[in-house]
Ligand binder design. Structure first.
Ligand SMILES: Cc1cc2nc3c(=O)[nH]c(=O)nc-3n(C[C@H](O)[C@H](O)[C@H](O)COP(=O)(O)O)c2cc1C
Length: 170
């Protein structure tokens, strides 16, 4: 039941050094691949970074602190602004691009829970450093880092609002 993964997912900021198995990396990519997108243009792309030099670049780009520091694997979540190769292309606004990445990355974070892995969304980082090192083209917008790995911390469920149902004032 997907609610179980939703309930137990937490932002994990400390990881074991144990590498993530390639089959699990593929399952996470599969979860993102199946995400919906406007008129199915499928603009989401993920770089898979697990080599020491690439991880070092991402840690520095993330200002040397936080979840990127110990993660043995970091996905760079990006969206193509054009050239996705689909027959139907939309001029992707910033908002739609962010939505696309959000839905794909959320699939990944939930599948990660199922696989015994932790993740943490990271939006505070230097996108230009990432673009320069990995040679990403101008039509690709770098949106988020997703450090991933076996957790070295096990926070309990975070209290949330009791209800998010909005009732307009009469
Ligand atoms: C869009 C988004 C951006 C986030 N950016 C960061 C970030 O830059 N650094 C970080 O440590 N956590 C980041 N987080 C994690 C949030 O701080 C975390 O999800 C929130 O405190 C709720 O905690 P939980 O994920 O454990 O339920 C981000 C989460 C989201 C959804």
């Amino acid at each position: 039941m997907i609610l179980e993964e939703i309930r137990s997912r937490r932002a994990i900021r400390r990881y074991q050094s144990r590498p993530v198995e390639p089959e699990k990396v593929e399952e996470l990519l599969e979860a993102a691949r199946l995400a919906p997108s406007p008129v199915d243009i499928q603009p989401f792309r993920a770089l898979v970074v697990d080599d020491p030099e690439g991880l070092g670049v991402l840690r520095k780009a993330a200002y040397g602190w936080g979840a990127c520091l110990t993660a043995p694997l970091i996905f760079v979540g990006s969206t193509l602004k054009s050239g996705s190769g689909r027959p139907f292309e939309l001029p992707l606004g910033e908002e739609v691009a962010a939505m696309n990445v959000a839905v794909a990355v959320d699939h990944m974070t939930l599948q990660a829970v199922k696989l015994g892995l932790g993740t943490c969304w990271v939006h505070v980082f230097d996108r230009e450093e990432v673009r320069a090192y990995f040679g990403l083209p101008a039509h690709m917008k770098v949106v988020v880092l997703l450090p991933t790995g076996y957790p070295a911390e096990f926070p309990g469920p975070r209290p949330r609002l009791e209800s998010i149902r909005y009732r307009a004032e009469a």
